[in-house]
Design a protein around this ligand. Structure first.
Ligand SMILES: [Zn+2]
Length: 232
């Protein structure tokens, strides 16, 4: 079932490890087959060097296992909330990559300090509000998803394809799981640049909205002109 998507999700998970974004068994990637309403996700606690396509788990949007013998990633409920809330998402990635996690632990959004950031994220990378004791005690992973969705009530998830969960780490997404891995990689790069910028000059200011818009919109949206036309 969903053999092609299964392979893509396996490759995405292995790529997280290969790029140093997912240490130990932290991190997980999933993809959704929208027509079938099925999600393919990493199994829980399986080391990346031993993971095979048949180890991945397929569930429905309620988290019921449709195919697979292993338990799905414990973060599955977070992925499901995001897929239900944001219909444009095709893939979701969660990592504890170092610098993005440092910002999450510091409780700070990642300010847009330069055009590297602006090329991919339309503004500061947002951070969620802390969860209540009740939200943590019961349905924690699902409530993590709800905290992200609440943070996006006035944000476009396709213009801002990453979020920091305060005290935890990042979630990234995209039209495909391969895109989501790329976003996780870019997020780590801009998180590191912003950290070093703040270290070198604590008074450095984020770039202007004119420069932010210029760089983001020349690559994304209906008037994008960066790179080659799709037909080339
Ligand atoms: Zn985590």
């Amino acid at each position: 079932m969903l053999a092609t998507l299964r392979d893509e999700v396996l490759r995405a998970n292995l790529e997280l490890s290969r790029r140093g974004l997912a240490l130990f068994t932290f991190g997980n990637a999933s993809a959704i087959a929208r027509n079938e309403g099925l999600v393919v996700i990493k199994p829980s606690g399986v080391p990346y060097d031993r993971m095979r396509a048949e180890d991945l788990v397929i569930t429905d949007l309620d988290g019921q296992i449709v195919e697979g013998t292993m338990r799905p990633s414990s973060d599955l409920p977070t992925h499901l909330v995001l897929y239900r809330a944001f219909p444009a998402l095709g893939g979701v990635v969660h990592t504890h990559s170092h610098y993005a996690t440092v910002w999450a632990q510091a409780g700070r959004e990642i300010p847009c300090m330069g055009t590297t950031h602006a090329d991919y994220f339309h503004g500061p990378v947002p951070i969620t509000e802390p969860m209540t004791s009740e939200e943590i005690a019961s349905r924690y992973e699902e409530n993590t998803g709800h905290a992200i969705v609440r943070r996006f009530c006035e944000l476009d998830p396709m213009a801002m394809s990453a979020v920091l969960v305060v005290g935890h780490a990042s979630f990234c997404w995209g039209p495909t799981v391969t895109d989501a891995v790329e976003t996780a990689s870019l997020l780590e790069t801009v998180a590191r640049m912003a950290y070093d910028t703040a270290a070198l000059n604590p008074q450095a200011s984020p770039i202007s909205s004119a420069l932010l818009d210029k760089h983001f919109l020349r690559k994304h949206g209906k008037n994008a002109y960066y790179g080659q036309p799709k037909s080339v």
